[in-house]
Design a protein around this ligand. Structure first.
Ligand code: DX5
Ligand code: ZN
Length: 219
């Protein structure tokens, strides 16, 4: 399968949101990555449903929402109603993870679990068979523009091994500090979906930056 690129709207210019969404629509990027932060699970607040609605109206590609919030169960249906197709919750925020995943599936969305950098992939052993994707955080969640944690490469490889060993169809998404420079290594380690925020939107030409990251991931 071709590796996919999911630009994170967190790094877009919110004063020119329509323009930045249109740039992604016309680029080689595959998805829209939506970072939802509550100021409790992570030390930052991003945006909520009015903005998601505005994105959904213009987005011509699937929306992948990454919930960095406590008690995500309260809002799962709202994400479905706003057109989100891929939805990930954090392992660290879900005491009843299996139930949350079931709920996402019952609503008709693809379900993922995100792992903080310090969280072991072994904790997914008994839920992996239920997942459409795992999100390996390669930065501490909360902010765009941070540096890629190098240890993540090895973690991605171990995740890939575990998926193959179990024979599941689970995809691996890698989120945080992904750039044109490390995209090839991230992909080689086993990533199927690469999230990139600042490497796309802070570039002089976001569409060409997206094309370069995607090419590096598929080289
Ligand atoms: C971090 C977010 C990431 C972030 C990616 O909390 O989950 O999706 O926006 O941005 P960059 O690519 O700039 O690290
Ligand atoms: Zn994210």
């Amino acid at each position: 399968m071709k590796r996919l690129l999911a630009p994170s709207i967190l790094s877009a210019d919110f004063g020119n949101l329509d323009r930045d969404i249109e740039t992604v629509n016309r680029s080689e990027a595959d998805w829209f990555h939506l970072d939802i932060m509550d100021g409790v699970f992570v030390p930052n607040i991003s945006y909520g449903f009015p903005v998601i609605k505005a994105i959904a109206k213009k987005a011509g590609k699937p929306m992948d929402a990454h919930l960095m919030i406590v008690d995500p169960d309260r809002y799962l249906q709202n994400f479905k109603e706003n057109g989100v197709e891929w939805l990930s919750v954090h392992y660290e925020a879900c005491p009843h993870l299996h139930r949350s995943i079931q709920h996402i599936h019952d609503l008709g969305m693809k379900a993922g679990v995100a792992l903080n950098p310090h969280t072991s992939i072994l904790l997914l052993e008994d839920i992996l068979q239920e997942l459409d994707y795992v999100v390996i955080m390669s930065v501490n969640p909360g902010f765009g523009g941070q540096s890629f944690i190098e240890h993540s490469i090895e973690k991605i490889s171990r995740m890939k091994e575990m998926i193959l060993k179990k024979g599941c169809n689970c995809l691996i998404e890698v989120d945080g500090g992904v750039t044109e420079k490390n995209a090839a290594a991230v992909a080689k380690a086993g990533a199927d979906i690469l999230v990139a925020g600042s490497a796309v939107f802070k570039a002089d030409d976001p569409a060409s930056a997206a094309a370069k990251i995607k090419a590096a991931a598929n080289a």
